[in-house]
Structure formats: structure tokens, C-alpha cells
Ligand binder design. Structure first.
Ligand code: 7TS
Length: 411
């Protein structure tokens, strides 16, 4: 069982994040761009600094003390992350640069091993570009077809259509858990069960779910799950590909280099076992240790408590935004997490973002690397407020006050 504090002490929690203790444009910072990246607690920053000051050394190759210390720390972090997502084995945890690299790794290696001309890959209508383009590239290379699970105007996937699309030609389903552009939480347990019913493996893009809810990859029964450290209070440049051992063992290596080999001669090379087979070259050691510190931080607060706090925030924000004149929320799925996208009548989202910034409120405006979602709703862009564990109802009040000001300026 994870240790969870009984109460959510917001003041002490916010105090853990140095970035939040500043003013921007003369106003105390209200940070509502957590879907793009989250702020880092002091413990994460400290862990990385400590590594460089005391342990810095390359891993898996030296016999000297610092090297074995760094190796032990790196592998202990892998075990911590295994436990965080409840994977069955730590060798199923592959360190990558982020969700994007995790998806590219699977598209490349799975494609090479399992996909041939005429086969189909299923993605959904609400994917981030990083869960579209790698599959397009792979399908083009292999003469396969990319099929798109449709969604409705609320921003929910059409599950009946999905089940009909699972055929003997389908090699893999790659679907987002929580949409970064709409906030929709997809019913992935159901979707995975339906695919498995036909023997089809499933990759889940967990970039936007991992910071907001407890994740148990064995309970989900997914075959692959990818996420980025920087969206869960960890550093940039580090992420995780979880893969079921039985499938990872069948895949060819992604990149060649040091650490991924068992032996090399000019006549040929034999490859290392999991997870090293997929970790060529010197990895982001400091990043891995920073990510471990982020996991410790999340466990310390408690993922269930974070989920409950953020669900309440989402409800509060939805109510406040809905009450504003001329504001339309894009994405009204029954189950949402993390982010609310909206548009204001006759005001470009970039103007919303710029004026809010003057109020010290940081939100994101644009297509959120989900252009097909914008096309679906016939809009060029949205403004998006996205939440983290340190956000409060007072942050949301400042957001809505800022939006009211914008409406007045443009009147
Ligand atoms: N998948 C989803 C659902 C995402 O939201 C993102 C990043 C990625 C994959 C890619 O993650 P990366 O860490 O490899 O870049 N989403 C966003 C966003 O919404 N605003 O900035 C980045």
C-alpha cells in the first residue's frame, strides 16, 4: 500500500515548488499550463543536483565506487517506477526521452516485426501528433493503413464504431488515455478488453493520465503504456515505455550502441536482455533519478488524494467558466481530467493567452499538437487551462476574472 497523508496541506505543498513563489508581470503567478509541463518540487531539483555533485559517473560499466553507486541508484529508480505503475517486472520499464520517443520506439520495432502490407493500425480522433505521426510513418513504410476511431461532438470516442473496426487486419490499437486538447478520459479498460478479445495488442498514451490518477498497468491489462517525466513533476528529457515482457522480447532493438549488446564482433552482434536491449548509449541518469524523486513526491502526497483534489477543481472550473457569457467549452465528455479547452466568441485564443499573461495567469493557446481535433470542431485553436496538484479554487477565480476583463476589452 502507498503511504498517503490524510490531509492535503495546500500551503505547505505549494511551498515545495520554488517556481510558484514568484510574480509574473507584477502579479503572483497562477500556473495553469500543466498539460504542457508541470513545475518541479524542490526534492526533484535537489536529487539531480546531488547526483551531479556526489555520484556523477557512467552506469553499467565501471567497477569503481562512484560507478557502482550510480548504477545501483539508476536501477533502484527503475524498481520504484515499476512499483508506481504496478508493472510485473522492472525489466518491463524502458527509460526513454519521453512519451514521444516511447511511441516512436514501439511504432518502429513493432512495425518491423509484425506489420505487413494491407495491415491496419487503429488510433483515435483525439490523438496528440506524437500518437499520429509515428504510425503514419510506419504505415507508409510498410504499406499498412491507419484507421481512426471516430468521436462525437462531446469529445467522446464512438465505442460501437471502434469495436466494428477491430478486424483480422488490425495489428495494434494506439489510443490516448486522457486527451490533452479536450480533457476526455477514455474508457481504456473496455477498449483494451475489446481488442484483446480479438488478440490485438494495445498501446496507451498515458502522457496526460499519469499525473492525475493512480495507474496500474496490470489492472488495465495494456501491452504498452508511455509517459513523460516532465508532465508528472519530474525533469524534461526522461520518460518511460512500459511494455509487457512477452511482447518486448519479440521486438528487435530500436537503436544500436553501447549497453544494448551482449557481444559484438565485425561478423555480427548479439543483443542484451530487457530492459537494456532498448537502452542504447549512456542514458539520462540524472533524469532517471529526478523522475524517481518525482514518484516519491507523488507517493508522499498520494495519487488518490491528488485525483480527488483535481476532480473537485475540474468541477469548480467547469461551473465558473460555463457561467461566463460568450464562452464555449470544447470537449464536454462525461469523464474529464486535467484540462479544459475553451473559445470566446470573436476573440482569438492567442489574444486570450496574451491578456491573461498580463494578469500573471499562464494558460496555453493553440492547437495543442492536436490539429485533427481542431479541424473536427472547425476551430483554429482553443485556450486551455490545465491543472496540477498545487492549483486552487483561487487560481480558477483569477482565471475567470481575467477572462471577464478580456471580454470587456474586446467589447
Ligand atoms: N501524448 C499526449 C497526450 C500529450 O499531451 C503529449 C504532450 C505527448 C504525448 C508528448 O509528450 P512529450 O513529453 O514526448 O512531448 N502534450 C503537450 C501539450 O498538451 N502541450 O505541450 C505538450
Amino acid at each position: 500500500m502507498r503511504q498517503e497523508k490524510i490531509t492535503f496541506d495546500m500551503q505547505s505543498l505549494r511551498g515545495d515548488f520554488p517556481v510558484l513563489q514568484q510574480s509574473v508581470n507584477g502579479r503572483p503567478l497562477v500556473y495553469l499550463d500543466n498539460a504542457a509541463t508541470t513545475q518541479k518540487p524542490r526534492s526533484v531539483i535537489r536529487r539531480m543536483k546531488e547526483y551531479y555533485e556526489r555520484e556523477n559517473s557512467n552506469i553499467h560499466r565501471g567497477v569503481h565506487t562512484l560507478s557502482s553507486r550510480a548504477t545501483d541508484a539508476y536501477e533502484a529508480a527503475r524498481e520504484k517506477i515499476r512499483s508506481f505503475i504496478n508493472a510485473a517486472h522492472s525489466r518491463e520499464i524502458i527509460f526513454v526521452r519521453g512519451a514521444t520517443e516511447g511511441i516512436n520506439l514501439v511504432a518502429h520495432t513493432f512495425g518491423k516485426r509484425f506489420v505487413k502490407a494491407g495491415d491496419e493500425i487503429l488510433i483515435s480522433a483525439m490523438e496528440h501528433h506524437s500518437n499520429i505521426v509515428p504510425w503514419q510513418m510506419m504505415c507508409e513504410e510498410r504499406g499498412a493503413h491507419l484507421k481512426v476511431i471516430p468521436m462525437n461532438k462531446r469529445g467522446e470516442l464512438e465505442l460501437n464504431a471502434y469495436e466494428d473496426m477491430l478486424t483480422s487486419k488490425t495489428r495494434l490499437v494506439a489510443v490516448v488515455h486522457v486527451s490533452n486538447a479536450l480533457g476526455t478520459v477514455n474508457p481504456i479498460e473496455k477498449m483494451i478488453a475489446a481488442a484483446h478479445g480479438k488478440g490485438i495488442p494495445v498501446l496507451v498514451d498515458g502522457a496526460q493520465s499519469i499525473p492525475h490518477m493512480p495507474i496500474d498497468v496490470q489492472a488495465l491489462d495494456c501491452d504498452f503504456f508511455v509517459f513523460s517525466g516532465h508532465k508528472m513533476y519530474g525533469p524534461t528529457g526522461i520518460g518511460v515505455l512500459y511494455g509487457r515482457k512477452e511482447i518486448l522480447d519479440l521486438l528487435p532493438p530500436y537503436q544500436g550502441g553501447g549497453d544494448m549488446i551482449r557481444s559484438v564482433t565485425f561478423a555480427g552482434t548479439s543483443y542484451n536482455t530487457l530492459p537494456h536491449k532498448f537502452e542504447a548509449g549512456t542514458p539520462n541518469i540524472a533524469g532517471v533519478l529526478g523522475l524517481e524523486a518525482a514518484v516519491d513526491y507523488l507517493n508522499g502526497v498520494g495519487m488518490s488524494l491528488i485525483a480527488a483534489h483535481e476532480t473537485a477543481l475540474m468541477e469548480y472550473a467547469t461551473g465558473k467558466l460555463k457561467a461566463l457569457d460568450d464562452l464555449r467549452i470544447i470537449g464536454n465528455a462525461e469523464k474529464k481530467a486535467g484540462a479544459i479547452s475553451f473559445v470566446l466568441e470573436n476573440i482569438h485564443p492567442h489574444d486570450i493567452g496574451t491578456i491573461l499573461d498580463q494578469e500573471g495567469v499562464a494558460i496555453r493557446s493553440g492547437h495543442h499538437c492536436a490539429q485533427p481535433v481542431m479541424d473536427f470542431f472547425s476551430i483554429p485553436a482553443t485556450a486551455r487551462a490545465s491543472f496540477g496538484l498545487y492549483n486552487t479554487t483561487s487560481d480558477i477565480d483569477k482565471l475567470t476574472q481575467g477572462i471577464k476583463k478580456i471580454a470587456e476589452v474586446f467589447k
